[in-house]
Design a protein around this ligand. Structure first.
Ligand code: HEM
Length: 510
């Protein structure tokens, strides 16, 4: 198994794969390669040993825990990798890593992938990138995305540093025969949405950045240290083996990988528009908008899980109390131990967090026990590194303002992690076996596509309990598409040593 305990390994893994940086100002950048050998030199300049003004941030803990001024990470699309290492090398990697390379080469615009994850209708690739603003090339984006090669994410502490470090980054691009080797094709800035001094809110009004996979062996967040410092509660959730995020060459992992992939990962870079007006209209049509919003997400606006506190927000929760819970058997240290919720009476099956991580719920298709062992959804987790873009919605504002969520959904096996969650849990109805009395529907935060023929998908149904002659379920119709895909790029997040090879147009030997 991958040993993450050594700094040598952490030095080879891009930091964002294993840790949240907790920076408030971010710029997501996509570059187009114009000259492959110049692009290789640009990759060399990004290596930590390069002594350039900026380099890739690794997973090594920051000395003294002190935040650096910036962090930078790099993803490479398949068309980008082709330009950098050539077709023959790409084929060698693909042949020896069939599982991990299954959906990366065809990419996010491939009709098989778009159909599976709901990138259809208005969310189809033909509409991507320019609709949100931020497109920088003079020619319009193509529906194949073949001109999008390098995806960089720049994190800074203060807004002024965003332009400063971006300019330094652009200054590192080699100029070949008077032309820059790579040119910016797209960028999107992310500023925090701050509520009650908390910078982790997103459009629609929910607090985000709570639940991430508990990865085995990472050096920070050790419970003993945190408890000693009085800042932590206990996290009982099962650990997810690190090989689901940092690719391992070990024999006992569920995939085979070429050495180029060692300590790397894959990610779906997503640009997701949020229709806040439509969302607000839907929840405000209910007699209890906050409850409706909580049933849609699985959490109250402040992040309190319904499973832990079904009747309202709970201000006494701290730290892991927000994530330390199960749906069937309460965890050992779960706050206010819940009843077994195998009918979705507290947290509906349709709720976004229940369907994107069903935890111990082995009734859910894809999370059934294997050889009698509960799966606890560990094999289908994603590391979310996404944040809001665009201004906070103001009632009565000029129509057409662009806002949403942008960032990376990371996992070693894109098909089995990001794409599985999207296709099997978020976009699919009836994913519990047998289905609940209130039909699991589809994810109400996303809402049905305009072309969805099933009228049940416009309906949000949740349990309220029998009172007098009233029915035990509340039904609210009028769900529409609240989240639209405005861009998507599947990228490889190389390990640092792999980036050394890539910067020379080579791959390591088998
Ligand atoms: C604009 C789009 C989205 C919005 C508004 C949204 C909103 C949220 C919110 C409010 C939470 C609860 C906070 C937390 O647990 O950290 C959450 C959790 C989560 N979301 Fe999303 N999300 C979006 C897109 C996605 C996508 C595309 C995925 C695909 C994989 C996803 C997967 C998850 C997962 C895995 C969790 C954690 C669930 C858990 O562990 O309990 N989300 N999301």
């Amino acid at each position: 198994m991958t040993g993450l305990s050594s700094n040598t390994t952490l030095d080879d893994i891009q930091g964002l794969i294993l840790r949240g940086y907790n920076f408030q100002y971010i710029r997501y950048i996509i570059l187009k390669i114009q000259n492959p050998s110049g692009a290789q030199k640009f990759c060399a300049a990004l290596l930590p040993e390069s002594e350039s003004p900026l380099s890739i941030t690794t997973a090594r803990p920051w000395p003294g825990g002190i935040k650096p001024e910036y962090c930078l990470n790099l993803g490479i699309s398949y068309p980008g990798l082709l330009q950098l290492i050539g077709k023959e090398n790409c084929s060698s990697v693909a042949k020896t890593s069939p599982k991990l390379f299954n959906i990366y080469p065809p990419g996010a615009t491939d009709p098989n992938n778009t159909e599976l994850i709901g990138d259809t209708d208005e969310s189809a690739p033909a509409n991507w990138w320019s609709r949100s603003g931020g497109w920088l090339l003079t020619e319009p984006p193509t529906a194949t995305g073949n001109e999008l090669h390098l995806q960089l994410t720049l994190y800074v502490n203060i807004p002024e540093d965003r332009d400063k470090y971006y300019d330094l980054l652009l200054g590192m691009i080699p100029v070949i025969a008077g032309q820059p080797a790579v040119v910016p094709a797209f960028f999107k800035d992310s500023d925090p949405i701050i509520v009650d001094e908390d910078p982790d809110y997103i459009h629609f009004g929910y607090k985000d950045s709570l639940s991430q996979p508990r990865v085995a062996e990472v050096p920070w967040n050790k419970t003993a240290n945190r408890l000693k410092n009085g800042i932590s509660t206990i996290d009982d959730r099962p650990v997810v083996p690190a090989y689901h995020f940092a690719i391992s060459l070990d024999k006992d992992v569920p995939y085979k990988a070429h050495p180029l992939l060692l300590n790397g990962s894959f990610a779906a870079f997503r640009l997701l528009y949020q229709d806040v007006e439509a969302f607000n209209t839907f929840i405000n049509a209910s007699s209890n908008p906050e409850l409706t919003a909580a049933k849609m997400c699985g959490r109250w606006f402040d992040g309190t899980p319904l499973e832990v506190s079904p009747n309202g927000e709970d201000k006494s929760l701290k730290d892991f109390d927000y994530t330390n819970f199960n749906y069937i058997t309460p965890t050992a240290n779960q706050k206010r131990p819940a009843i077994e919720d195998n009918l979705g009476q507290r947290c509906p099956y349709t709720a976004h967090i229940r369907r994107s991580n069903p935890r111990d719920d082995n009734y859910v298709k894809g999370n059934e026990p294997v050889n009698g062992e509960p799966q606890n959804a560990v094999q289908h987790r994603v590391m979310r590194r996404a944040s809001p873009y665009g201004p906070v919605y103001q009632p009565g504002e000029t129509p057409g303002i662009q806002r949403g969520l942008v960032g990376l959904f990371i996992g070693a096996d894109l098909f089995n992690q990001f794409q599985f969650i999207m296709s099997q849990w978020i976009s699919a109805g009836s994913f519990r076996n047998p289905d609940t009395p209130n039909n699991s529907g589809i994810d109400p935060l996303f809402g049905p596509q305009p072309s969805d023929p099933d009228p049940n998908h416009q309906n949000l149904e949740y349990y309220v309990g029998q009172t007098g002659n009233n029915p035990p379920y509340e039904d609210q119709t009028g769900l529409t598409r609240f989240i639209r895909t405005d861009g998507s790029l599947y990228v490889f997040l190389p390990g640092i040593n792999a980036l050394r090879y890539i910067s020379e147009g080579k791959i390591p030997p088998m």
